[in-house]
Design a protein around this ligand. Sequence first.
Ligand code: UD1
Ligand code: MG
Length: 454
Amino acid sequence: MIYSLEVAILAAGSGSRMRSKKPKVLQTLAGQPLLWHLLQTVDQLDPEMIHVVVGEHETEIRNHFEGRTNVNWIRQKNPMGTGDAMQKVVPHLLTNSRVIVLLGDAPLVRKETMAALLAHKGDLVILTTIVSDPTGYGRIVRKAGEISEIVEEKDASASQRGIKEINTGVMAADSERLKEWIKRLDNNNVQREYLLTDLVKIAKEDGANISSNEVSNQFEVKGVNTFSQLAKLERALQKNKAELLMEAGVQIMDPSRLDVRGNLQAGKNVFLDINVVFEGEVSLGNNVVIGPNCIISDSQIGDGSFIKANSVLEGAIVGEDCSVGPFARLRPGAVLGDQCSVGNFVEVKKSELGKGSKANHLAYLGDSSVGEGANIGAGTITCNYDGSSKSRTEIGSNAFIGSNTSLVAPVSVGDGATVGAGSTITKDVKPGDLAIERSTQKTISNWKRPPKKD
Ligand code: UD1
Ligand code: MG
């Protein structure tokens, strides 16, 4: 009788084919580690336990997933193949559980595919797929339709190499059977490794029923061994995300030039130009336009706003009908009210701009608050940092800050006040007042420039 579900994820390989210091399962796909994708998916199956086999990078990997309580990290000291990895798992398995085995480097297997495999009857159920180019994968060898063995590329004969049905690496079996079969693996193969795929032969010897489930969507079972494969999988995943967005009504100028590394929520009638990157949690209201080459992370953009070319937004909230960019930078804590305008080479950090306020060119607004309808001239800087601590600048509604003004914080400019261009403001300006701080202009009439020397 089977009571529970357990998951085994094999992730101890060093990823030698990538020649990278980073462990393979921490390489990222759509901004998240390969292993993160698998854990996200298996969580939805609500397993009793997720056993993850890790190798020399154990600490680095565990640190990355700190706080997870449903993972049993198992150390494989000298990785000697996928069979050896599974051998490390079996002592941890419960009695009479159903176990699904996944490979840490095949991260996009869908929940539905896993559930179908688990629902499939058989003592050993293998997930397979047909590919046009099977290079590098284990081949499914069948006799009279039944799986007789899985042969790894290196061990395969020339004719076996021609087989296009491959092992995805995903399989399911009962814990009691696995405990028994794993003991009988050997390393009599070209790789001198213990191959999990040899379970097929062993199960056969026991007269066990071996069956397979075929997945038609190859992209979800693609394994990642090299950076080239990682890049291809990234593209396939991004293309898929773009298709889903377009189905939901988002207009995308070129789906092959869009990257969504996280979750993107989009309203109606949204247009995305080329080379846009979204990271983390981003939401776009209705009628939002994102110009080319924008990077938008963890931000919310209200209805009707236009983010123009080459703008970078991080942790920002943009109201409705705003214009941002081109070349604007909104940093964490930037909050724009409705109808604001933040133009080229303007940086905003931890600052709120009230409705209709404008900073159209070349300004820095940090640790400040700006009322409604204010105009921030070009070259305005809130001098928020004195070398040790940060101070705030308050700018009232309908204030007018002339070009090239330094506002030395802490300082305030009241509602409707005006600051003359070129001023360095160190004292508060009362509502309605004009403050100008600049030396008197000296003029010499009819001054002759010294003649140019040759
Ligand atoms: C494996 C399968 C192959 C299948 C392919 C699908 C075996 C023998 N081969 O080949 O049939 O077509 O995946 O992608 O199973 N690992 C360990 N400990 C080890 C060795 C590997 O934990 O000692 C982990 C790796 O970290 C990796 C996974 O197991 O996440 C698969 O190992 P890998 O070396 O990538 O196997 P493939 O050659 O891709
Ligand atoms: Mg692999």
